[in-house]
Design a protein around this ligand. Structure first.
Ligand SMILES: [Zn+2]
Length: 616
């Protein structure tokens, strides 16, 4: 019965579709993008089952049933955007899926041994160690959102944890159709779970997995994948291209013109939509891109690079440059460099590339005191004749209670409560709390600068209080504007610091380490701090001239040339390098790079804490 019904609907829909698309040109989706081509990463193994991009790097799982070939069947990890991969645990387990939230990575496994149960594994140190959580049963899928983890299994249905994997409960136990789970989609608005027996069956939950409803329309549509964007539900379907629903219940619009070829996968990054479409005539799959919510599509020219008929997953990494990754069964992981526009610009997302300074300036409620940014510096305070005065970066002097806040070592921005704040650049985050600053995030950036964000809400912090070494990518949400600490209203206190560790006692609180990002970015040449001299318990000091933030070249002025048999000394910020005279002849070339610690593979190698070296 259901089969006939489905065919009738298919035929009817095809008529509607051809009318709808009559006014659009014949093959708008066959246009090819002029972008960098797809290229294989160095993980082109046949049986890669899953990939997951995290701020720390990319995880990939292997699941091969060809046990006579002794497959690794564990997790691979890449910290360089897919070019090199190391083995990172769960050997012989048969990894079927990977998911992550913040600094927790989850992986599902198939094989059970006396030593290792099957099911779900959890790592809180980016794949160094894994511990089993949940039921001992072959697992197929895992998704995580907030503290909720959904675990799909091969014959024990669906399991849920609301405390990030500590306690588990089986749900939908009586549902015959939901014993083997082959798809989980989680969004704040809705969860979809697909069970696979004779047919594909869909259930949804709008209350975080407490109650479930059958979704017959998704079964008729033969839904493959979902995306929620702007309160609309986008559904990749077998023959209806992409279907949009406003109420998550009925079809509101059709988008995409793929000649009724099945859309297997949907992915979004910023305003870019990506769809994996199988051309049924040639049996070759391509990935298409749309920047207008699915109206127009352009080929990313995948077919030439990969020549595949199936796509398991699309993932991405943002940064400089950004990439999307495709996982193709039987072929492995490929990547493509992309550019994209964020759909909404959260505050600070593009601070340093800011085209309209006024957009930023209008939000400032207190300037950085360019003359005496000495707050928190124990050895010196503002001279009494200048008390309560501030020099802003325009060189203008203002007095309280204007928007000047004397001895202010940062900028205050008036922003709506809950405004998302994003990392302006990659770095390592730390969460700290003090009664005056409230919930605070510090990000150490690779160029030696540190950015500081105070008075944040307790929720949505990228690093919890006193958590350290949380990697962040440019554009990651690091927290939300709140009212913790000394505040009279919701605002962000934002600081940029450049600690000077070469002078004892001159840590992050030292005045020369407190820097003004705006003063440097503009043509305002006058920088009073550069000419300021003072004397205190630590001796005589002069303020440092500001440089162009972020574009500051590595300081090579400390190099002492090494002639006459003397060793070469290099003094780079807080790093001292000595090169013995015996390693010449000149010339020498140096490449200075900031390394992320490697993940030790399952071998005798050991990572030595605090270094970037692996000792074999
Ligand atoms: Zn402030």
């Amino acid at each position: 019965m259901q089969f006939i019904k489905k065919e009738q609907i298919k035929a009817f829909i095809k008529i509607i579709l051809s009318i709808t698309l009559l006014f659009s040109c014949k093959y708008p989706w066959k246009k090819v993008l002029a972008e960098t081509p797809w290229q294989p990463t160095n993980l082109t193994k046949e049986h890669i089952s899953s990939i997951e991009t995290t701020p720390y790097g990319i995880f990939a799982g292997e699941f091969s049933t060809k046990y006579w070939e002794l497959p690794f069947n564990g997790i691979y990890f890449s910290s360089d955007k897919g070019m090199n991969w190391v083995k990172s645990g769960l050997k012989y387990r048969g990894v079927t899926d990977i998911a992550h939230t913040k600094d927790i990575v989850f992986a599902t496994t198939y094989y059970s041994t006396t030593q290792y149960p099957a099911g779900l594994y959890k790592s809180t140190n980016w794949g160094k160690d894994w511990s089993h959580v949940g039921p001992d049963t072959p697992a197929s899928k895992v998704e995580v959102l907030g503290d909720t983890v959904l675990l799909g299994t091969y014959n024990q249905g669906l399991w849920i944890s609301n405390d990030l994997g500590k306690s588990w409960k089986r749900i939908l136990e009586g549902e015959e159709r939901m014993q083997y789970i082959d798809k989980i989609f989680m969004d704040e608005a809705i969860i979809f779970v697909r069970g696979h027996n004779e047919y594909r069956n869909f259930l949804s939950s709008k209350d975080n997995g407490i109650t479930w409803e059958r979704e017959e329309w998704l079964e008729i549509l033969d839904a493959f994948d979902f995306w929620v964007y702007d309160n609309l539900l986008y559904i990749a379907t077998d023959y209806l291209n992409i279907v949009v629903s406003k109420d998550f219940k009925t079809i509101y619009r059709l988008v995409g013109n793929f000649d009724s070829n099945p859309v297997h996968s949907l992915y979004r990054i910023g305003v870019n939509f990506y769809a994996g479409v199988l051309n049924e005539a040639s049996n070759v799959l391509d990935i298409y891109k749309s920047t207008d919510q699915g109206i127009n599509w352009e080929s990313t020219n995948l077919t030439e690079a990969v020549n595949t008929d199936s796509l398991e997953d699309i993932q991405s990494i943002t940064g400089v440059p950004s990439y999307i990754f495709g996982l193709f069964p039987g072929k492995g992981v490929y990547r493509k460099e992309i550019s994209f526009k964020r759909d909404k610009e959260p505050f600070l997302g593009n601070l340093w590339k800011n085209q309209k300074p006024n957009d930023i300036l209008n939000k400032i409620t207190s300037f950085f005191d360019h003359e005496y940014p000495l707050l928190g510096y124990g050895f010196y305070s503002e001279p009494s004749e200048y008390t309560s005065s501030t020099v802003n970066f325009l060189g203008q002097k203002g007095k309280e209670p204007e928007i000047y806040y004397s001895s202010h070592n940062g900028y205050d921005f008036a922003l709506p409560y809950g405004t998302e704040l994003t990392a302006p650049y990659d770095g390592i985050a730390k969460g700290v709390y003090c009664p005056a600053c409230g919930n605070t995030i510090l990000i150490k950036h690779p160029n030696g600068y540190m950015t500081v964000y105070m008075h944040l809400q307790k929720e949505n912090l990228i690093a919890q209080m006193w958590e350290d070494n949380i990697p962040v990518n440019e554009g990651d949400v690091i927290g939300k504007v709140g009212m913790t600490g000394n505040t009279t209203g919701p605002h962000l206190h934002f600081e940029v610091r450049k600690p000077d560790y070469t002078i004892p006692g001159w840590g992050t609180g030292h005045p020369s380490g407190l820097t003004d990002p705006f003063g440097w970015q503009n043509d305002f040449k006058y920088d009073p701090w550069a000419f300021f001299k003072w004397e205190d318990g630590l001796g005589r000091h002069t303020g440092k001239a500001s440089k162009y933030l972020w574009k500051e070249e590595t300081n090579l002025s400390g190099i002492k040339k090494a002639f006459n048999g003397n060793p070469l000394l290099m003094d780079l910020d807080n790093i001292n390098i000595q090169i013995p005279s015996t390693i010449y002849p000149l010339p020498l070339a140096f490449q200075i790079a900031y390394l992320t610690p490697p993940t030790p593979p399952e071998s005798t190698q050991k990572y030595v804490e605090g270094t970037a070296l692996s000792i074999v």
